[in-house]
Design a protein around this ligand. Structure first.
Ligand SMILES: C[S@@+](CC[C@H](N)C(=O)[O-])C[C@H]1O[C@@H](n2cnc3c(N)ncnc32)[C@H](O)[C@@H]1O
Length: 388
């Protein structure tokens, strides 16, 4: 890793008496290959049988590739800077052409300006990623279900399991899921924490996704009574939840301002844990870094936020120090839905961030460092890798 010392050298230079991190440190939470709960798998297959999709295999492949390679929308500010650079280049080209031997016919100023404008726009279009929102209407929701329910379930189970493992006494009662989609977060958290969860608020702008999620929950009225389907985040700042989640949904928002607004709202509504999951790509990781910076730098005047996972420290992420930053990502194997074209085992590659609200004793910095130290060896590794 450019800029960072190799781990072996870092470890060999540890002061005597300091134990090197061991394989089973608190931060590593491995799970065996996961499988969808049978009831969920059957409900998915029943839903797809009732709402057949022509060319399902191709549609799943196309949507899967599209979601994986999606980038964040280009910001207006960025676009204006890029446009200015392109315009400078185009003007230079035009004046070179005018000075050159082949400069024949001269155009009046107005014609020339509109030709420059056209050329700038053409070049901008060519080099700018065009982000298009996905409208989760009925057919896309079904394709999404067939494409992503198993991998998404695997990632979210792995992340929530880490909370359960490291804080076994934590028994959440309420959960808010932003961009709840097919309801995998509700399934995963119910299976992990069982009856302690008495209220799930599933926020999704798509009515079709709510229908899918409701269908998948089955007919158990007792469970359905605990789930509230909403189209918007609750407005009252007083309404808080033990756990707030956004899984693969920040990447659906059309601008940085929208992403940060949702992160801010989720954090204000978090009593204990805020969980964010995105694709294990550079883009997914960047979205999580934006969220991390916002909570640590802008929202934590009260000093109650600390990074719980994946690396329990609030120093700069060492990945960002790399010359060509690689994403911080993790893998979870799972058995996919039993379609004829699926292999037996797939791997979900995801990035995640868990921030815990935790009252710190003795002010900001002291409290922060203590919070870091208490987490044991993983933070030692991370602190070393950022300080060398
Ligand atoms: C990629 S899906 C993720 C679904 C689910 N969280 C999962 O892990 O499978 C994104 C979801 O976010 C929803 N969504 C997009 N923009 C939204 C918004 N502004 N408010 C609420 N939900 C939104 C979409 O309708 C879609 O269901």
């Amino acid at each position: 890793m450019p800029g960072l010392r190799p781990l072996s050298r870092t470890l060999s230079s540890l002061p005597s008496g300091v134990k090197p991190p061991h394989r089973k440190h608190a931060g590593i939470s491995r799970l065996p290959t996961l499988r969808l709960p049978p009831a969920l798998s059957q409900a998915v297959q029943l839903y797809l049988a009732k709402h057949p999709i022509p060319r399902l295999r191709e549609s799943c492949r196309e949507l899967g590739n599209y979601l994986w390679s999606r980038k964040r929308p280009v910001e207006d500010r960025e676009l204006r800077v890029r446009a200015a650079e392109v315009e400078t280049r185009v003007r230079e080209r035009v004046s070179e052409r005018e000075r050159g031997p082949a400069s024949g016919k001269r155009f009046d100023e107005e014609t020339q300006e509109s030709a420059i404008k056209r050329e700038v726009l053409k070049e901008l279009r060519r080099c700018t990623y065009r982000w298009i929102p996905i409208s989760y209407e009925p057919q896309i929701s079904s394709i999404y279900l067939a494409t992503r329910v198993d991998g998404g379930y695997a990632a979210i189970t792995r992340v929530l399991h880490e909370i359960k493992k490291r804080v076994p006494e934590f028994q959440p009662r309420t959960l808010l899921d932003f961009g709840s989609g097919t309801g995998t977060v509700t399934w995963a958290s119910r299976l992990l924490w069982g009856d302690s969860l008495s209220e799930f608020v599933c926020v999704d702008s798509s009515p079709s996704m709510h229908k899918v999620a409701e269908f998948l929950q089955g007919e158990d009225q007792e469970i359905l009574r605990r789930i509230y389907f909403r189209h918007f985040l609750p407005v009252s700042p007083k309404v808080q939840f033990d756990v707030t989640v956004s899984a693969y949904s920040l990447s659906e928002l059309p601008s940085l301002a929208d992403r940060l607004r949702v992160v801010q709202t989720l954090w204000r509504k978090t009593q204990q844990f805020m969980v964010l999951v995105e694709n294990g790509t550079r883009e997914g990781h960047k979205i999580l870094l934006e969220a991390r910076n916002t909570v640590l730098n802008e929202l934590s005047e009260d000093k109650t936020a600390y990074i719980f996972a994946p690396c329990p420290h609030d120093l700069t992420c060492p990945k960002t120090a790399e010359k060509i930053p690689s994403p911080c990502n993790f893998q979870q194997s799972y058995h996919p839905l039993p379609f004829s074209w699926n292999r037996d085992v797939h791997t979900e590659c995801f990035s995640y961030l868990v921030i815990r609200r935790f009252p710190r004793e003795g002010g900001s910095e002291g409290g922060r460092r203590e919070g870091v130290r208490r987490r044991g060896t993983l933070n030692l590794l991370c602190s070393l890798s950022v300080s060398v």
